[in-house]
Ligand binder design. Structure first.
Ligand code: HEM
Length: 371
């Protein structure tokens, strides 16, 4: 386990002899927590860009207001998705480094292109925010660059992570493309997986637009805009949850037998929870009356976040089932470094608390500025 067994014919590097700085279960918990935060920020940002691209094409002031609001918050979301992407990047290397490094090298040309794509997409969002009034004619192109850049990054991640779970393909892929200019396009779960891990985007942005619409109802003279905002936000939640559930169903349908068997064991509870929480998030959006307080969008957002957390747990059970012939958590050497871990935990708690504080402050200021 966890090293090259020549008979299996898979050139698996041995597990890092330095081992884990804490028991695997602690590292897993931190990985799940931080990856949930990463995907929340990814969904919010991608959903904002998507809804902005649609809203800005319509000339009426209420939709222009939605586009403006989303264009203002999207760069902030992007900064969070990058920041919250780094801890899970450390943890995936700690736990699955043997697989993740190998697959990253095999798709190396595309993997390294994630960095310029990130700069391009992030830069495009800032360019939009800074030039939208001065150069309105250029904004269609700028927003499209941001949207395509983000989708391409998501696609490259899915290619790399699926290849990391299928080491039986490595030699063949390396023989065909030793320079790393390839992806894992033969993988049948690729597009369903992309839909599962990005499909919720309109819903996550929808929650924020709905919240914003409800706040705007308190501003005299803004009722019309507030109503359109609410309606867009609620539709975003409906569309996002539907896309997510379709993605999840198609992902499960394309899984090979061994990983799918996770869903006949404990995984079925988690997968069921994902669907139930998705529906629970959509219900307030479908049923709530217009113009109430912000409790309904907050409730929807909470259900979406919990559903995403459950999805991440199922995702990892499925990954372990893919790797069951080559990898075992129990076989990983552990050499605890509790001091380092305490510093990490304290920094994480302080960082998340500061981020929440800062986000609420920025949101309050933006709400106050608009009346
Ligand atoms: C627009 C930018 C990004 C998008 C759309 C995106 C999207 C995604 C998606 C869809 C996955 C799941 C892939 C799968 O399971 O098949 C993923 C995984 C991941 N992302 Fe991101 N990502 C972005 C940027 C980043 C950045 C900048 C980092 C690091 C700094 C990062 C770190 C990670 C890590 C570590 C994982 C895998 C975690 C694991 O397997 O446990 N991502 N991302």
């Amino acid at each position: 386990m966890n090293q090259w067994t020549p008979n299996a014919g898979i050139p698996l590097p041995p597990f890092d002899p330095v081992g884990l700085p804490a028991p695997a279960v602690v590292i897993l918990a931190l990985a799940y927590l931080t990856f949930t935060l990463h995907l929340l920020a990814v969904h919010f940002t991608l959903g904002s860009v998507l809804l902005m691209a649609l809203a800005r094409r319509q000339p009426d002031p209420a939709r222009q207001e939605i586009a403006r609001f989303l264009g203002t918050v999207a760069p902030l979301g992007f900064s969070y998705l990058v920041t919250f992407g780094i801890p899970p990047l450390l943890f995936v290397q700690l736990l699955y480094g043997q697989f993740f490094y190998a697959s990253s090298v095999l798709v190396g040309v595309f993997w390294i292109s994630v960095i310029p794509l990130l700069i391009l997409a992030y830069g495009a969002l800032y360019a939009h925010r800074l030039t939208r009034d001065r150069r309105p004619g250029a904004q269609g192109l700028i927003v499209t660059v941001a949207l395509l850049g983000m989708l391409t990054i998501g696609f490259i991640y899915v290619n790399n992570l699926t290849l990391a779970m299928t080491p039986g393909r490595w030699l063949e892929i390396y023989a065909a493309h030793p320079g790393g200019a390839t992806l894992n396009l033969g993988e049948p779960t690729l597009l369903p997986r992309l839909l599962t891990f990005l499909g919720l985007s309109p819903a996550m942005a929808g929650v924020v637009v709905w919240w914003r619409g409800r706040r705007l109802h308190r501003t005299p003279g803004q009722e019309a805009s507030a109503t359109v905002m609410e309606s867009w936000g609620r539709k975003g939640i409906g569309v996002g949850v539907l896309t997510w559930i379709v993605g999840l169903a198609s992902w499960v349908a394309t899984l090979p037998e061994a990983p799918r068997s996770v869903l006949s064991g404990s995984g079925i509870v988690l997968a069921g929870a994902v669907v139930v929480l998705g529906i629970a998030a959509a219900l307030p959006a479908l049923l709530a009356s217009r113009g109430g307080g912000v409790a309904a969008p907050v409730l929807s957002g909470t259900f979406l976040a919990l559903g995403l957390a459950c999805l991440i747990l199922v995702r990892d059970q499925i990954r372990m089932a893919y790797l069951q012939d080559h990898f075992s958590l129990q076989a990983i050497p552990v050499f605890p470094q509790w001091g380092m871990l305490a510093i990490f935990a304290a920094t994480l708690v302080a960082g998340v608390a500061f981020t929440l504080f800062w986000t609420v402050r920025v949101a309050r200021r933006a709400a106050a500025a608009s009346g």
